[in-house]
Design a protein around this ligand. Sequence first.
Ligand code: PYC
Length: 412
Amino acid sequence: MSIKLIKQGLNSKEAPAPMWTAKEMKDSYDVVIIGGGAHGLACAYYLAKNYGITNVAIMEKRYIGSGGSGRNTTIIRSNYLTPEGVAFYNESVKLYEQMSVEFDYNVMFSQRGHFTLAHNDSSVRIMRRRAEVNQIQGVDSRFITPQEIKELCPAIDISDHPRYPILGALYHPPGGIIRHDAVVWGYAHHADRMGVHIHQLTEVQDILVDNGKVTGVQTNRGKVNAGVVLNATAGWCSTISDMAGVKMPVTTFPLQACVSEPLKAFLDVIIVSGSLHVYVSQSDRGELVMGASVDPFASYSVKGGIGFTEGLAGHILEMFPSLSNVRILRQWAGLCDMTPDYSPIMGFTPVEGFVVDVGWGTYGFKASPVSGKRMAELIATNKTPDLLAPFALDRFERFDLVGEKGAASVGH
Ligand code: PYC
């Protein structure tokens, strides 16, 4: 990879080929995927790569990666609370580990260790329980003391002075951060090269259903027939599903995040506190990438607000008092489709041919490879893969929920 890059850099006449190209929209595709984020693109990639299904179109109303994939804080981890969640996200971490080699392209996955702090007895109990659930499935995760946290993260304040002293942490060494755009671009590039059509600025305005079976979509660029339509949107998943007449048990909340001005490298781990509602890592540009809770009201706004910044700053300073003079550089929000059990909804719906990969709440980006791979399997084989079975839409009718709130890094 590096030799190719060096050669390209030295030979300025050789312009790099575009990573993907705009293609003429066809009248008909085998599969139409709504949403050009990492989930939709990964599904297209695996349909083409693993099953040779290339008559596939991605319909993206803006530009690829403009939704949740470009608005998250890039944390990858598998230290969940439920056995179903751990198995699922563990496969995702493994796929992320192979991604740079698979794409022949550096996605900058940095597995630097993820700490979920506990500030009270009940959090300590939950962290210990998560560690055990993780270990049973071979996920590297353990409960550690404040002294061990300090050794691995010298900048943190573990004294008993803060309002919320640190009593320990769930330590998950494989947890990491990644360049989120690179993930989107990598899937887009390889899907495009295998024949998938990526249609940007193409808004799906209706899903066409005849006699209980999907027949295609109506877009702002015309009607397109399709045997299968996948809803892989975030933020608008209930609106899109409504078009097919399928109700989603989802409420959408904004989740704000921000980055600081660049600082000298001092934080080479990811620190999360569910009780203080904060998570922070330092990017390779030196910026602190930080987030807090979802906004306290349902909305489709992706604007940042001063209330969030103030709350976040107070909580960050509880853990890192030395950051008191650091300035915030920019701020944004992403949309989180929350389900009643904080787990996603993946699989078939009552409308034949209409399948969903939605309801990701605050967990979406980290699941992109596994959801893409397994949704492609579901579409290609018309069977639900074992890993996806717990996340079926009908679990809400069966009262068979997958309660994953206890693994959230984000306050709700
Ligand atoms: O689940 O790790 C997480 C997370 C961090 C920010 C949003 N979700």
